[in-house]
Design a protein around this ligand. Structure first.
Ligand code: HPA
Length: 278
């Protein structure tokens, strides 16, 4: 059997963070590719590089700094992940989702998750922000559910419900604040694939038929783990490129990072406004 991460290991990591901070964060925020700048506006920030934490995987992707930033945003205590861990880096699903487990054992009950995604819905354009209303767990359907292995009964049940991966009240709040700030907020289903190759035109036509509006290489495992532990989740995708269903254009990581510059201020505005009302 594969080595799964134990509760004791999770607690060791959580304690190592707690020792270095004097506040109790209530919201965990995961920043996606190209959206890392948001962490720089955290006040009274304590920075903890992932490499200094026991059991912690280290992000290897360009554009992902790899540290926790803990402090206040809009006066609310937050723990921000500046850089996330992806399955395609070669980590296990347990390692990919360890940060969310650590949040849970630190007493964090809300999660705001962001990502860069390809726009599969024909109306979506690069630079758009999409409220994630539901998700397609394609990684899990092919045997990579992050809950495989011994269940952590102290955290959640063996067979957790997934009827509401993204919290309806938080989604309504995001719609409201986007409107107040004149930000067009798209909505839709996020499909999570392992990557790191981008999708072929046939992959993308399949995803569209399956009901996907956006596609990316993260988020879904983290949200499953968050829901297993009863966290309430708000999800936002930054649409960095248009999915290329006919093979006529090329997708690059550089355009994903570039689009982040347009998306970051909008996502920041939504997150700050939501935090104010949490
Ligand atoms: N596909 C998968 N992941 C992505 C994409 C994409 O087109 N854009 C940004 N992340």
């Amino acid at each position: 059997m594969q080595n799964f991460i134990s509760l004791a290991q999770i607690d060791t990591t959580a304690q190592a963070i707690k020792k270095q901070i004097s506040i109790q964060p209530l919201t965990g925020i995961i920043l996606g590719s190209g959206l890392n700048d948001l962490a720089d506006s955290v006040q009274q920030a304590v920075h903890i590089p992932y490499r200094d934490l026991p059991n912690f995987p280290v992000s290897t992707v360009h554009g992902h700094a790899g540290r926790f930033v803990i402090g206040e945003l809009e006066g609310k205590p937050v723990l921000v992940m500046q850089g996330r861990i992806h399955y395609y880096e070669g980590y296990t699903m347990g390692e990919v989702t360890l940060p969310v487990r650590v949040m849970q054992r630190m007493g964090i009950s809300n999660m705001i998750v962001t990502n860069a995604a390809g726009g599969v819905h024909p109306d979506f354009d690069p630079g758009d922000v999409m409220l994630i209303t539901d998700q397609l767990n394609l990684m899990g359907m092919s045997g990579l559910n992050p809950l495989m292995g011994p269940n952590l009964d102290e955290i959640g049940t063996r067979f957790p419900d997934m009827s509401q991966p993204y919290d309806r009240a938080y989604s309504d709040l995001a719609r409201k604040v986007a409107k107040e700030n004149n930000i067009t907020l798209r909505e839709g289903v996020y499909a999570g694939l392992s990557g790191p190759s981008f999708e072929s035109p046939a992959d993308l036509r399949f995803l569209r038929l399956a009901g996907a509006d956006a596609v990316g290489m993260s988020t879904v495992p983290e949200v499953i783990i968050a829901r297993h532990g009863g966290m309430r989740v708000l999800g936002l995708s930054g649409i960095s490129n248009k999915a290329n269903l006919d093979g006529s254009t090329v997708t690059t990581h550089e355009e994903v990072i570039e689009a982040g510059k347009v998306i970051t201020p909008k996502v920041e505005k939504i997150i700050r406004s939501v935090l104010r009302e949490l």
